[in-house]
Write a protein that binds this ligand. Structure first.
Ligand code: 9WN
Length: 409
């Protein structure tokens, strides 16, 4: 029996397609944005040059406007839907037309700390690209204050109840006929339902219709919601990018201003009725009234408070393993359905970065212990049932292996 460290390294090697890593074989055959940044962090523990290569491949697909897309379709694979033909962004290599949580600067900073000398030239070359991407977030997605998403897939927490009120306004009947591939790879009861998938596709179709004009998508698109998760991730990433810039003797005034502006917008996503940060439909101004993992990412940006912490302890104590993606006491809670209850080791790892920085070693130690137990019991699954540790979604998952090597194991 090989050790879990060895198994984790083998997963990263096996999911390596040459310069980029797929999240898992079969279900996700392309390069995904935030998965790739976690893969790089994992590689940094045993192969720093490969870690930098991962970030470089990701940033090489940056659009002219600065956006770094959520999927890069390096080699067409019929095993995933929607593929490049549906997204129709007409790029080479083909990409999707939305972005994903900007964890790259935060993880690049950690990788650089692990490879200070060897990583210097890589970090210096990546800095201007990360800067352009952060400018894109600021100018294109933060026009309402907090970070907005134009598609649930942009949040990375695709199917979480946070987006239900925004999805109600999307006409899924426009999607027409199509064949899903995800439900052929994993148990359909763990995946989003057809009604949600129809809407995902309809939102993509709108992007295609307007030629992926991001300003029009924000102004007129069928879905626009403030995402607490991305808001905290971006705020933290701005601060990490500024720290990287200072170490490189770059002028970081612009980045500091973005961070200050984003921090000052946090009260607009605090829902007093819920007593927590909350997603908000930016078309109507209505809060989702849903307590989810996005709110708890506040720790990553040093933005938690006692009221939020009381909720965190309540939802955490209500399950056995890890922090659940939705409130176990809420009606919508579904312990195995995609982002509607299960715990994600990768999200636990992000929260733990915040716990540690806040000096909350008690919370870090508990989360680590529970995440280790999940992986020891049931392997490197994409996510887990937080009540009984059932492994869910894809197996041999890149980011679960990566956070084992960097944090949990
Ligand atoms: C759509 C790859 C990605 C993750 C997301 C996760 C899931 C895709 C899907 O898989 O999303 O982007 O088809 O379900 O929700 O966070 O990056 O692992």
């Amino acid at each position: 029996m090989t050790s879990l460290d060895e198994q984790a390294r083998a997963i990263l090697r096996k999911n390596d397609r040459g310069g980029y890593t797929v999240p898992t074989d079969g279900l996700y055959p392309y390069q995904w944005n935030w998965d790739s940044a976690f893969a790089a962090w994992g590689f940094a523990t045993f192969d720093p040059p490969r870690a930098w290569a991962e970030l470089e491949t990701l940033m090489a697909s940056q659009w002219d406007d600065g956006m770094v897309p959520h999927i890069i379709f390096h080699k067409v694979d019929p095993g995933y839907f929607p593929g490049p033909d549906v997204w129709a962004t007409h790029r080479s290599p083909p990409t999707s037309g939305i972005s994903q949580p900007p964890v790259a600067a935060t993880l690049a900073r950690l990788i650089w700390e692990m490879d200070t000398e060897g990583g210097h030239s890589h970090m210096a070359a990546l800095f201007p690209k990360l800067l352009r991407w952060h400018r894109w977030w600021h100018e294109t997605r933060c026009t309402y204050g907090p970070a907005a998403i134009t598609h649930p897939w942009e949040s990375g927490r695709d199917n979480c109840p946070d987006w239900d009120i925004g999805m109600e306004g999307v006409d899924g009947s426009r999607a027409g006929d199509y064949t899903r591939r995800d439900t052929g790879h994993v148990d359909p009861s763990m995946r989003p339902r057809k009604a949600e998938y129809d809407r995902y596709i309809a939102i993509v179709q709108f992007g295609v219709e307007v030629g992926w004009d991001q300003a029009r998508i924000v102004a007129e698109g069928p879905f626009l919601m403030a995402d607490p998760g991305i808001t905290f991730i971006l705020l933290r990433a701005h601060e990490d990018l500024a720290a990287i810039g200072r170490a490189l003797n770059e002028d970081v005034t612009e980045i500091e201003a973005w961070a200050a502006q984003l921090r000052s917008a946090l009260p607009t996503i605090w829902n007093p009725a819920l007593g927590a940060y909350d997603a908000k439909n930016l078309r109507t101004g209505e809060f989702a009234n849903v307590l989810g993992s996005g709110a708890f990412l506040a720790y990553l940006a040093d933005a938690s408070n006692p009221e939020l912490e009381a909720h965190l302890m309540r939802v955490w104590d209500a399950v056995t393993y890890g922090i659940p993606s939705a409130d176990p006491e809420a009606e919508v809670f579904d312990p195995r359905r995609y982002w509607r209850g299960p715990t994600w080791p990768v999200v636990n790892a992000l929260m733990a970065i915040g716990f540690r920085d806040a000096g909350r070693h008690d919370l870090d130690a508990r989360l680590r212990r529970e995440t280790v137990e999940l992986i020891q019991k049931n392997g490197f699954a994409e996510y887990f049932d937080p009540n009984d540790a059932t492994p869910c979604g894809g197996a041999n998952f890149t980011w679960t292996a990566a956070i084992w090597l960097t944090w949990a194991g």
